[in-house]
Design a protein around this ligand. Structure first.
Ligand SMILES: Nc1nc2c(ncn2[C@@H]2O[C@H](COP(=O)(O)OP(=O)(O)OP(=O)(O)O)[C@@H](O)[C@H]2O)c(=O)[nH]1
Ligand SMILES: [Mg+2]
Length: 245
């Protein structure tokens, strides 16, 4: 299947080269779409140079930094329009090991609609994260899964491969969340349409270069988002029952 890695970047100048070379080494035939929000550090221009050297890499330059969700919606749209059958989401900061790519792709090729690189299934782990960050991620996941009734251990994971038909089935462009919540909203919709989800254990390595874009407002958005999704799911079920469906 034709696969494209969609990778949003903002100020990843110290990571982008290592990232693109490692992806190319791990899966020589894979396409990459870098979605750069006019990084002031020149990540977009560096990505263009690497694209010319390595081939099969495109760069989508956006004018404004306005969140991971928006960057992904634009990037997934472009990848699909360019013929992708599988879209991989990945961070550029090398927290997601490119060596895992073949496994995620194989899971989708064998029939899954979504393969999640999961920190919270047996064999999965996080390395070098401070205790508070670890706690936040672990409990954020328990909270989201508990409230939404998702049988998913790592619904906030940012390393995933989607079958394009499921992205179309959930109308991914109408997903509203922009920060971390984007991953949760995507997962909730995918579970909602009864798609097949497989979690594959990964080791998540904290970034060693560049700065985090994680913020209190992103965490706040995710907390409220879960409640909004719960209300929407509840209303949806109620309306279906009222219609006798
Ligand atoms: N295009 C774009 N990319 C973004 C934006 N925010 C974050 N990113 C990228 O999204 C990926 C994940 O962001 P990170 O800052 O690593 O967030 P994180 O992984 O939750 O947090 P840390 O790894 O702790 O820094 C990275 O490749 C970032 O460069 C944004 O607004 N626009
Ligand atoms: Mg990161």
């Amino acid at each position: 299947m034709r696969a494209t890695v969609v990778v949003p970047t903002y100020n990843e100048i110290d990571n982008i080269e290592r990232f693109l070379r490692a992806v190319r080494d791990a899966v020589p035939g894979i396409r990459v779409l870098v979605v750069d929000d006019s990084s002031p550090d020149g990540t977009g221009a560096r990505a263009e140079e690497l694209a010319a050297e390595l081939g099969d890499i495109a760069v989508l330059h956006r004018t404004e930094k306005n969140g991971l969700g928006r960057a992904y919606r634009a990037g997934l749209r472009r990848a699909i329009d360019d013929g992708a059958e599988v879209c991989v989401q990945m961070d550029a900061d090398l927290s997601h090991d490119p060596e895992v790519l073949p496994a995620l792709l194989a899971i989708v090729e064998h029939g899954a609609d979504l393969a999640i690189g999961s920190r919270y299934v047996p064999g999965g782990r996080t390395v070098d994260w401070p205790p508070l960050r670890r706690w936040l991620s672990r409990w954020g996941n328990r909270y989201a899964a508990g409230v939404l009734g998702l049988a998913i251990n790592d619904a906030t994971a940012g390393y995933r491969a989607y079958r394009v038909t499921v992205l179309q089935a959930i109308d991914f462009e109408s997903v509203k969340a922009d920060g971390y919540g984007f991953q949760v909203e995507m997962t909730n919709r995918i579970v909602g349409v009864g798609a097949k989800v497989v979690e594959f254990p990964i080791t998540f390595q904290d970034r060693t270069a560049g700065v985090s874009k994680m913020s209190k407002s992103i965490i706040g958005e995710a907390l409220f988002l879960v409640l909004r999704l719960w209300v929407e799911d509840f209303r949806g079920r109620h309306e279906r029952r009222a219609r006798g469906g």
